[in-house]
Ligand binder design. Sequence first.
Ligand code: RRO
Length: 302
Amino acid sequence: MVNLSTTIGSLHLKNPTMLASGIMDEDAGSMQRMIDCDAGAIVTKSIGMQPREGYPNPTVLELEFGLLNAMGLPNPGVDEYGNEMKQLHKSKIPIIGSIYAANVPDFIALASKMKQYGAAAVELNVSCPHAKRYGLEVGCDTSLLQMIVSSIKKQVRIPVFVKVSPNVVNIVEIAMAAEKGNADAIVAINTVKGMKIDLEIAQPILANKTGGYSGKAIKPIGVRCVYDIAQNVKIPVIGVGGITTGDDAIEYFMAGASAVQIGSAVYYRGPDVFKSVCNEISVWMDNHGYKKITELVGAAFQ
Ligand code: RRO
């Protein structure tokens, strides 16, 4: 009998498939739907101190091998979003609050509010590829990132995950800075910077011009990042980027991930993707003589 449960620090997951931030997590109803569809944990939409409209349309394009988005961090602000989170207080699976900010006091306030609203952990989004002042400008600066993580850890008793970007020279350095700040886990990767041009009008299609590319096409990039990070940090790594099938998840485990997040594949396979991926992982493990996820984690290192 295969055991799909896994742990990320102090967090226990009944299965290793988490809902990634930014898809089907804008309100309590959509998150409850993902819980009912057997996700092992839910990561909320990225939430800031104040409401944000986001960018004008078009904000998402379906391309040949994945999705290109520039939503622009649309969210109702943490206090309003708290009303949604409070409705999930009976959830039996961990709800992880994704937060973004441009300075330390705001990160601390957001983490503290997320805890109050029932989050089991926070995920720092320091990797949005197209958010001026937030995202990458924070996530590229190793000393600032270390300081943000350590300040939150000192002031708010909550596990802190750090979501890192592939759009940097050295992703391992960034992950190591987060670990030095006492992060509890690294989440790799956010979307890859990209662009699509409409030939007829000779213009980028997204209103923001550039966006973040997700889905199957970025899986080899994510796997490589997880493989490099996992060999250089002691904290758990959560893999995200193109995971659509059980085989994709297993590849991430072998690269060193202890759990995976699924985003674009909710669009491609529907909300039952969590059940399907879990079934596919179980069948594969059974056929190959594995009993626990931990036996697969980092199997590709030797
Ligand atoms: O909202 C967005 O446009 C967005 C975010 Br916060 C992110 O982290 N990654 C992404 O591809 N888009």
